[in-house]
Each structure stands twice: as C-alpha cells, then as structure tokens.
Design a binder for this molecule. Structure first.
Ligand SMILES: [Zn+2]
Length: 508
C-alpha cells in the first residue's frame, strides 16, 4: 500500500511539476528572445507567437487587461460599462458553464470588441483533471463561445494558471498567463486602495494584467469584483492615456504580423507543427524530442523485461511474446475459435521506434497510417512463419493485441472486441493517445475537427438545447471517441496460417 501511494504521488508529481517549470521557463525565454530580435532589427520576419505567454512584446506601451472566472450577472455588465466609458478593449477568460447561463453577456463582449478566451468549462484545476477531461473542458467552452459569437476563441487560460503534463502537448492551444497579479479576488488582501496601488506600481509596458469579474470561485470573496471595479475605475482615471489598452490577440498580433484568424483554440491543429521558428518553439521541440527518447527508452526496457521479440531480425516491425491468456472474458472469434483463460496466445506489439521514425518523416497522419498498413501485411506473414518455427508455436491458439488501428486490423482478418476492463481501457486509451500525440502532435484533434465545426452547433440549436447542455459528450464526440478507443484485435492461428501460407523464402 505504501509503495502504491509512493508511485501515485511520484506520477502526480510529474503530472504537475514538469509543466509548472515549463510554463515558467518558456515564456521567459521567448520574451528574452523577442527583445533580442527587436534589437537585431529583424522585426519583419513573421514569427509564431510562443505557445505560452505571460506578457506582450514591449515597445508599444501596450497593456492587456484580462478578466477571469466570469461572466457574472452583476459585475460583468458593470465592468463592460466601465470599459466602454474609456473605450478600452479587454480580454475575458470565461468559464463555460457560466457563459452558458449568461449568453447575452458573451454576445455583448463580442459586440463591444472584447476578446473572449477559454477558462475551462468548470473552474477546476488541470492538476486534478485527467487529460481527456481537460480537452473536453476546453472544447465545450470553445463551442459555447462560437455559438454565441460566431468566432472561435484563440486563447486559453487554465484556472490558477496551472497546466498538467498533457497540456504541453496540446499543440493547438495558445496559453495566456499573466505578468501582473494584484490579488483582487482575495478576502483580506484586497481593498480598493491596495488594488489601485498595486496596479500603479506593477503595470509596465507589455503587461498582461490578471483581474476577476466574478467572485464565485473557491478561495475568492463573493463581492471581490466590487472592490476591483472601484480600484480599476480610479486607476484608469490616471492611466488611461499612459497605456494603450489592447486585447491579448491584438497585443500579440501586432508583433507577430500573424494571421490570427488561423489560430483557433480548438480547431487549429497543424500550425505549430511547422518548423520551430523561435527559441520557445525550438525549446518546445527539444522537450518534445527528450520526452520521445524517454518514452522509447522506457519502451525498450519493457520489451526486454517482458521478453518481447521481433518476428524477424531484419524486419522488426512486429514484435511478439507467447504467453497464457489471463483475461476473465472468453474471446469468441469470427471463425468460431474460442480463447479461454489459460490458452496460449501470441501477444503482438508494433515496433514503437519504427513508428516514431515513420511519424517524424510523414507529412500527415494519413500518410503515416498508409505506411504503417503497408508494413503490417508482410509483417503478418513473417509472424506466421515465426509461429511455425517456434517450439511453442503449435500450442498457440490465437494472435492477440491491443490497438487503436482496429478498423484496418479487421481487413487483415482480425476479430475486433471491446476491452472489458474499464480501468485498463481508460489507461491504455490514455497511453495510446499520448503516444499518438508524441508521434504527430495534434493528430487526435485533426480527426475531431470536422465534427466540431459544422454539424453539432447547428443541431444543438435546432433542438433548443441551449441552456440545458452539460459537459456530456455529443453523438459526434462519442463517434470520435469510439474511433480512438483501443480494442482487442485477435486472430486464430489457424486462420493466420490459412491467410498467410508458407512462403518460399521462409521455407528454409
Ligand atoms: Zn480563474
């Protein structure tokens, strides 16, 4: 039990600690780089915004006011009025479930030129959320914003600015943190005076200021926005001419000369895959490569530990180990074969190193799949030859694997079955998605994309399901989830031998 807790804490530590460091180092490096670039007079070359920003580029006296946790039925309209008085455009990081309840405020924000970003569907920390849940939180909120405004949000701010390790791999998401925090939500620390004083002292050229227009989150004072509004109003009286107030998008686009319409929180997937064009991107690339090599080292260790061997020394695409089937559920195959607990099976694994290399050199996920499938067919005949040769081969009843590629597997004669153990299914789904993202960042989202953009929005509106929507998955979600759910693929040895008869090259 103690060991289990230790492992649990270690895993959780990695889950939160690495991204915590990452979210601090990357923005720092990129802001440093931006400055160097300016000095080197290289402003003209288009460059990508780094994926995590804490501040805007300096030199234009730009300041971005950002408001989290809303919309709030009482304070948000007051804030919008105040901003309108000074003709200030700001950025709102809204909580999806609150946006759903206040659609008219979301509309008003958009109409008055403010930027709307995502702050999760519920105000939960990504440190406590599993990766699939974070994806849903972002997607649902993005969809709500799109439905109200016709625009997809570009920026995402995780609650409390905390990322988990999987957030780093969300290549389609632009994270916006902050450089100025005045503790406006706190019960004790925030009086009108202290907030105003901190704003005056801390706001500098390029600042992204964190404020809150809703006090309903854990740790916040319910009426805190009242103090914030008064302090902001006072501060603006003196500083409205000192700074040029911009939305985050405007502040970043000004420096990047980048077509922002292309960068969208949920639907944008391939953009950041382009060759790393600045330090932050190349650091990201290096971290990515480091993680990939750690994963491959771990993979190699597992292969050795479990004595998984390639089916052919020269063609190691398919790897195998012969073991007894331990599953509680009896497997019923299409050809009538039944595999029960204790029967011998050949468990297959694809060679991850080869897949990684193919993934790196393929221009698209489809291309990668095509290459993989081309390798699969000859590998199966090598597997047949391997089993014929193997001393235990005669006892092996079936070939067994867990795979995301179950649709193509069916074409190769495999029976596709559901994974019964839910926990195992979750963990392997998680792992396989992680691997897929490591191979081709954004691949999972790319496949989701058409579903998100067109049909569901229209359908939901027609159903009049406006205000009753929960973060439950839509039919489209479920179909896409099904596609990415790992399944058992299994083929009886007799069928395998029939489909892949003795090859002359293997006969000797
Ligand atoms: Zn928040």
């Amino acid at each position: 039990m103690r060991v289990f807790m230790l492992i649990l804490f270690t895993v959780w530590g990695i889950y939160i600690l690495l991204p915590y460091l990452y979210s601090r180092v990357v923005p720092w490096l990129s802001s440093k780089f931006r400055r160097n670039k300016r000095n080197a007079n290289m402003n003209h070359s288009p460059m990508h915004s780094p994926r995590i920003v804490r501040s805007l580029p300096r030199g234009r006296d730009n300041v971005a006011l950002t408001f989290d946790d809303g919309p709030d039925p009482i304070y948000t309209p007051m804030l919008l009025d105040l901003l309108a008085v000074y003709h200030i455009r700001a950025t709102f990081f809204v909580v999806g479930e609150r946006a759903l309840k206040q659609p008219e405020l979301i509309q008003r924000m958009a109409e008055e030129g403010h930027e709307i970003g995502v702050h999760n569907y519920q105000h939960w920390s990504n440190w406590l959320l599993p990766p699939w849940s974070t994806s849903r939180q972002i997607a649902h909120t993005a969809t709500i914003i799109h439905e109200r405004t016709g625009k997809w949000p570009i920026h995402y701010r995780p609650p409390w600015g905390l990322l988990n390790i999987f957030d780093i791999f969300r290549s389609h998401v632009q994270y916006v943190l902050w450089s100025v925090m005045v503790n406006d939500w706190r019960a004790r620390a925030s009086t009108v005076d202290t907030i105003q004083r901190r704003l005056s002292q801390q706001v500098v050229d390029g600042a992204i200021v964190l404020l809150h227009d809703c006090g309903r989150t854990i740790g916040a004072r319910r009426n805190a926005p009242m103090f914030m509004l008064q302090a902001l109003s006072e501060w603006l009286k003196n500083s409205k001419d000192k700074w040029s107030f911009v939305t985050v998008q405007e502040g970043l686009a000004a420096a990047d000369e980048l077509e922002d319409s292309k960068r969208v929180v949920y639907t944008h997937a391939t953009h950041t895959r382009a060759t790393p064009s600045n330090n932050a991107a190349s650091l990201q690339h290096r971290i990515h490569t480091l993680l990939a090599s750690l994963w491959l080292a771990w993979d190699r260790a597992v292969l050795r530990l479990l004595r998984i061997q390639p089916v052919h020394p020269q063609h190691p695409f398919l790897q195998v180990r012969i073991r007894a089937y331990t599953g509680k559920h009896t497997l019923h195959l299409n050809d009538g074969t039944v595999v029960q607990q204790g029967d011998h099976i050949a468990e297959i694994h694809l060679n991850n190193r080869m897949i990684y290399t193919i993934g790196q050199s393929s221009p698209s996920i489809m291309q990668m799949m095509v290459t993989l499938l081309r390798l699969f067919q000859p590998a199966l005949s090598q597997l047949a030859a391997y089993l014929r040769r193997h001393p235990m081969g005669a006892q092996v009843k079936a070939v067994y694997g867990i795979s995301l590629l179950h649709q193509p597997a069916e074409r190769f004669g495999f029976t596709v079955l559901d994974v019964h153990n839910l926990l195992f299914s979750r963990i392997s789904s998680w792992y396989l998605r992680f691997v897929l993202r490591l191979l081709r960042p954004g691949a999972v989202q790319q496949r989701h994309q058409p579903d998100r953009r067109s049909e569901p929005n229209r359908l939901r509106r027609e159903n009049g399901a406006r205000n009753s929507r929960k973060p439950a998955s839509s039919p489209q979600d479920r179909r896409a989830d099904e596609r990415w759910k790992p399944k058992i693929i299994v083929i009886s040895t007799s069928k395998l031998y029939r489909m892949y008869p003795v090859d002359s090259s293997d006969a000797g």
